[in-house]
Design a protein around this ligand. Structure first.
Ligand code: TRP
Length: 360
């Protein structure tokens, strides 16, 4: 079995993540819903951080297919129905994206949520500690309910997915969760459940966790909206050179910046948001911003620079992804191996939580 990820060059890093520095005794856990391939927003927001944490802390990445199913029957932002088959088909795609980004399965456990029965059982136990009112108050859930126009017809599984996410996090006794800022309410709700379990148990069975936010928590999509797997407005990690060019050329800049000589806006400009996240030459970017604001810098040369910068980031990931996509047996072996490790850990935690509920 070869391990292409182990030989991976470290990709250009995003600015340092905010918050307390990770400690060697931190247990890191995070997850992604397999509703599409991962994109540069994921990379800047969390994947680069995960790559840098490897070897420094215990780390698990969870491909959250059960959580994706809570949304599978409903309509996505763009009206595309995401069925169960779509979710199942993207489990390996997300694994490929992890490996392409430089996640090394010898240092990071990659596991699939639905293959860990202990997480489902933890969810059932935790559901007794949470009210419907509290779930409806969760700001992330609230926003998603509004987006989808749910009322009493909300699938119960959807309303309760924060509880399942608490099971994901606590099932590994995680202390550090690298996520985007939209996930902060999930961390808060997880810690409420942790405190309730510990009170029930009378001893600290579970540790509280904290979010690890990147300095680029939210990279906009090419059209200035939220970058989304389903909207097609984000640059996939495995984008071809042509796809990358097309997406960079389609990026919104400043609608009032018509001629190169016009002064332009840097704030809210998608091109500058990407340069800030990925261009290692910070001083040069600041100079470009000054010129753009003053007038005298056209969108075309600016986008050419961004295309070069992003090509440097994407090219190694594209190459690794293409190579690994030819070796599905290797990817499946990584997932099998990850499941075995994660199954042992989560079963151990479940035993202790069951005891808190007076179960044998
Ligand atoms: N809710 C997360 C998202 O939509 C995915 C996720 C599932 C997750 N389980 C998790 C994130 C556990 C952090 C920890 O992106």
């Amino acid at each position: 079995m070869h391990s292409p990820a182990a030989a991976a060059e470290p990709a250009p890093a995003s600015p340092a993540p905010a918050g307390r520095a990770p400690r060697p005794d931190d247990v890191v856990l995070t997850g992604d819903r397999p509703t599409g391939v991962l994109h540069l927003g994921h990379y800047a927001g969390s994947l680069a951080t995960r790559v840098s944490l490897q070897g420094r802390c215990t780390q698990t990445l969870l491909i959250a297919d059960l959580q994706a199913l809570t949304d599978a029957g409903s309509r996505a932002e763009d009206g595309t129905a995401r069925g169960a088959a779509h979710v199942a088909a993207h489990v390996e795609e997300v694994a490929l994206d992890y490996l392409a980004a430089g996640i090394d399965p010898a240092l990071t456990t990659i596991a699939v949520q639905s293959r860990l029965p202990a997480l489902a059982e933890l969810t059932v136990l935790y559901l007794n500690l949470v009210t419907v009112a509290r779930l409806e108050r969760n700001p992330t859930v609230k926003a998603e309910i509004e987006l989808r126009g749910f009322a009493r017809d909300i699938p119960a599984g959807f309303l309760c997915y924060p509880v399942s996410q608490a099971a994901d996090i606590t099932g590994f006794r995680a202390t550090l969760v690298p996520v985007g800022d939209d996930q902060l309410p999930m961390i808060e709700q997880t810690n409420e459940i942790v405190r309730r379990v510990n009170r029930l148990a009378g001893v600290p069975v579970l540790p509280e966790c904290r979010a690890l936010l990147s300095a680029t928590p939210r990279l906009p999509g090419v059209d200035g909206r939220k970058a989304s797997k389903s909207l097609g407005n984000a640059i996939p990690l495995g984008a071809s050179a042509e796809e990358l060019r097309r997406l960079v050329r389609a990026m919104y800049t400043d609608a009032s910046h018509l001629r190169a000589s016009d002064p332009g806006n840097v704030e809210g400009n998608v091109v500058f948001a990407h340069l800030d996240a990925f261009d290692p030459e910070v001083a040069a970017v600041e100079e470009l911003k000054a010129r753009y604001r003053r007038g005298g810098l056209g969108d075309a040369p600016l986008k050419r620079r961004l295309e070069e910068v992003l090509e440097q980031v994407v090219a190694p990931m594209r190459a690794r992804r293409a190579a690994l996509a030819q070796d599905r047996a290797y990817v499946r072996e990584v997932l099998r191996d990850g499941m075995a490790r994660a199954d042992a850990v989560t079963r151990g935690v479940l035993t202790r939580v069951r005891r808190a509920f007076a179960l044998e």
